[in-house]
Design a protein around this ligand. Structure first.
Ligand SMILES: *[C@@H]1O[C@H](CO)[C@@H](O)[C@H](O)[C@H]1NC(C)=O
Ligand SMILES: *[C@@H]1O[C@H](CO)[C@@H](O)[C@H](O)[C@H]1NC(C)=O
Length: 459
């Protein structure tokens, strides 16, 4: 049949010709289809850092695995972004009143750990770059953790910011509100980067003359107002002064976690600064789809079923003294029962724990959902290859929008969600006047010793 189509004789005189012809044609089609498939695969932007995919099924083309398909999906479901209602006036005021330096650049590459830790470290790095009055900032990167052993954080696998965040959003917000800090895509974009002088990796604790804190730092900067004079002294102490010919490139180490106290800034800035980061649009869109679909579980027509969000932080790598499965499950079920809520959305890597919870809840007429139970096949195929921390974006936003929230006191992910939810609740209750204060707290962190870093993370 191909022979006819291509105008090749049907009866070649010798079989060797036929063999050569068919071998050639086979190569041609394999090459052509490989090329075609590579063209229909989405570009690096959306898929940076994805694992190699297994063979797609032959009969069905998943639109979410094409460039156009995922772009349309993101446009349809990704908006509005939460940060659109943020007020960056105070950021602009900060940048307008900062004394900026010439030829001093900041890089922050060693942002590692779980999703919320990475977020905090990136925000701190940007905040310190502003405090330093740096001339420019190389786009932050993320050190991705080992996908098979999640507690291995230092892998040397550096991903672009778009691995987790919306880099387009970040560039836009920073350009509009803090244009003095020029953003550079790569290190090489710094003029004369090849002649730069680079102090050792900067450790904030050492620079501030504080004890080193633990593995990731986790030590609040006690005198943030001293950062600038100490930083300037460090730069000035170098034999080669910053110049056009010899710029100074400062690299922050991996211990900036929870280092910058938001209370150092005005309340307006502290409340809004975190919105310079938004999570990547495609996964945000997927999360919105989950929430809207979850809310139709019981009443398809109204689509406003309330649900309790649970961060079931009972995975194997949870600390010995963290809230147990028992405590998290009991609290969640009792909150659902008390408030007559029939749905629980659970985020967890503990699959047995989720199954156990579903069984326990079912006895009380409560349904347990998670991202895999809510998503359709195409969406699951899209989400599945993403790494653990990328998939956490979907859960983060679904928990953020839940009606009640239960988390683990020792988890930075849970703790950050409480901060963010309190901020959003305070915004919406100040908009609707006359809302009665609730008698029971809307959100709870359970387990021993909640992390005491309320002034160590940006809402
Ligand atoms: C934004 O913040 C500034 C300063 O913090 C304030 O003066 C202004 O009224 C705010 N704008 C809105 C729309 O809330
Ligand atoms: C959870 O509830 C069960 C009974 O419903 C009880 O036996 C158990 O002790 C509770 N666990 C915790 C940690 O509260």
């Amino acid at each position: 049949m191909f022979g006819k189509v291509l105008g090749v004789q049907n009866k070649p005189r010798r079989s060797i010709y036929s063999l050569t012809l068919w071998t050639g044609l086979t190569f041609f089609f394999v090459a052509a289809s490989t090329y075609f498939l590579s063209q229909t695969r989405p570009t690096v932007d959306y898929f940076h850092g994805r694992e190699p995919k297994s063979e797609p099924s032959a009969s069905h083309q998943n639109p979410l695995l094409t460039n156009e398909g995922i772009e349309r999906f993101a446009l349809d479901h990704g908006y509005p972004r939460l940060g659109e209602s943020a007020n960056f006036t105070s950021l602009r005021q900060l940048c307008d009143s900062t004394k900026w330096q010439r030829h001093v650049y900041f890089t922050c590459t060693h942002n590692l750990g779980g999703l919320m830790n990475v977020r905090n470290m990136v925000l701190n790095c940007v905040r310190y770059a502003i405090a330093a009055g740096a001339s420019g900032l190389v786009m932050p990167q993320i050190e991705a953790r080992d996908p098979t052993v999640l507690k291995h954080l230092k892998t040397g696998e550096y991903q672009k910011m778009s691995y987790l965040f919306d880099d387009v959003w970040f560039k836009k917000v920073m350009k509009e509100n803090c244009g003095q800090l020029k953003l550079l895509d790569t290190f090489e974009d710094i003029t004369n980067s090849g002649y730069a002088t680079m102090p050792d990796l900067i450790n904030i604790q050492a620079l501030m003359g504080q004890p080193p804190g633990n593995r990731q730092g986790r030590l609040r900067n006690k005198k943030p107002w001293e950062f600038r004079p100490r930083f300037d002294k460090l730069v000035q102490s170098r034999s080669q002064k910053p110049s056009w010919r010899t710029p100074v490139i400062v690299r922050l180490d991996d211990k900036a976690l929870f280092s910058f106290p938001p209370s150092f800034d005005s309340p307006e800035l502290a409340r809004n600064f975190g919105f310079i980061l938004e999570f990547r649009l495609d996964l945000s869109a997927l999360s919105n789809v989950i929430v809207n679909r979850a809310r139709k579980t019981l009443n398809d027509r109204t689509g406003n079923d309330p649900y309790v969000g649970l961060h079931l932080r009972s995975e194997a790598d949870a600390g010995k003294y963290w809230a147990s499965w028992d405590l998290l499950a009991n609290t969640t079920i009792s909150v659902a029962t008390k408030n007559d809520i029939k749905l629980i959305y659970v985020a967890s890597g503990d699959t047995d724990g989720v199954a156990k919870l579903a069984k326990k809840a079912a006895d009380l007429g409560i349904k347990v959902l998670n991202k895999w139970s809510v998503l359709y096949a195409d969406e699951k195929e899209f989400l599945q290859p993403f790494r653990f921390d990328q998939q956490a974006i979907v859960d983060y936003l679904a928990l953020m929008r839940s009606d009640r929230f239960i988390g683990s006191g020792q988890s930075s992910f849970s703790s950050h969600l409480i901060l963010r939810r309190e901020l959003l609740a305070s915004i919406s209750s100040s908009e609707e006047k006359g809302v009665e204060p609730e008698s029971t707290p809307r959100d709870q962190l359970v387990g021993p010793g909640r992390l005491g870093y309320w002034d160590m993370d940006w809402p």
